[in-house]
Design a protein around this ligand. Structure first.
Ligand code: ADP
Ligand code: 5GP
Length: 184
């Protein structure tokens, strides 16, 4: 499971990781957030209504779910079960609350937290991505501080300074679990 503050580069790293490491599958989350420009239904997220999200919560369909930045996000149990049954490793890009819920029910899950090189650089990246209004951006930066406090409970921390270096660190972490002779 990959977590980290908004704008740290999780999506970018995840996409690069899939081009580098075989046998991974991304678990597509459900969200009540509006799609951003360029996002595709069923690829980036399953974009669903609040009502449908509530139904899925009541039916116990989520492995975990959480409210993040005012929207609801959740991982469907059936998605993760299908990926694991296919013999692949499921990659979840979810927030800290969700990741700790999954660790509680699946202790074998591996938690990786992506850190920005600095708070200033995090702000620059969010600015450059240009997908958030100023007030949302401030909210995401404030939330980033809370999330970073919880990163101490993660199995691995990776600083996303240089993309290639961070990618290599992630690749090594995955390989070390597949071949326990290696240390990340
Ligand atoms: P997240 O998924 O964590 O919210 P994104 O993957 O959308 O973050 O990245 C946020 C912005 O930062 C994007 O514009 C991306 O191109 C840029 N970015 C990601 N990694 C790096 C890096 N190592 N160095 C510089 N910019 C980066
Ligand atoms: P964004 O709106 O930028 O796509 O994502 C905002 C935050 O929601 C990120 O921290 C992301 O990791 C988290 N998130 C995405 N999907 C899920 C999910 O299924 N569950 C939880 N708990 N968090 C998620």
């Amino acid at each position: 499971m990959i977590s980290g503050p908004s704008g740290v580069g999780k999506g970018t790293l995840r996409k690069a990781l899939f081009e580098t490491v075989e046998g991974l599958e991304y678990s597509i989350s459900c969200t009540t957030r509006e799609p951003r420009e360029g996002e595709t239904e069923g690829v980036d997220y399953n974009f669903i209504s609040h009502e449908r999200f509530r139904e899925l919560v009541e039916q116990g369909s989520f492995l975990e779910w959480a409210e993040v930045h005012g929207n609801l996000y959740g991982t469907l149990k059936e998605n993760v079960e299908r990926i694991l049954a296919d013999g692949r490793d499921a990659v979840l890009e979810i927030d800290v609350q969700g990741a700790l819920q999954v660790k509680g029910s699946m202790p074998e899950a591996v938690l990786v937290f992506i850190l920005p090189p600095s708070e200033e650089e995090l702000r620059n990246r969010l600015d450059r991505r240009g997908t958030e209004k100023e007030e949302d951006l401030e909210g995401r930066l404030k939330e980033a501080r809370n999330e970073m406090l919880l990163s101490a409970r993660y199995d691995h921390l990776v600083v996303n300074d240089d993309l290639d270096r961070a990618l290599e660190a992630l690749r090594k972490i995955i390989e070390s679990y597949r071949d326990p002779g290696q240390t990340p």
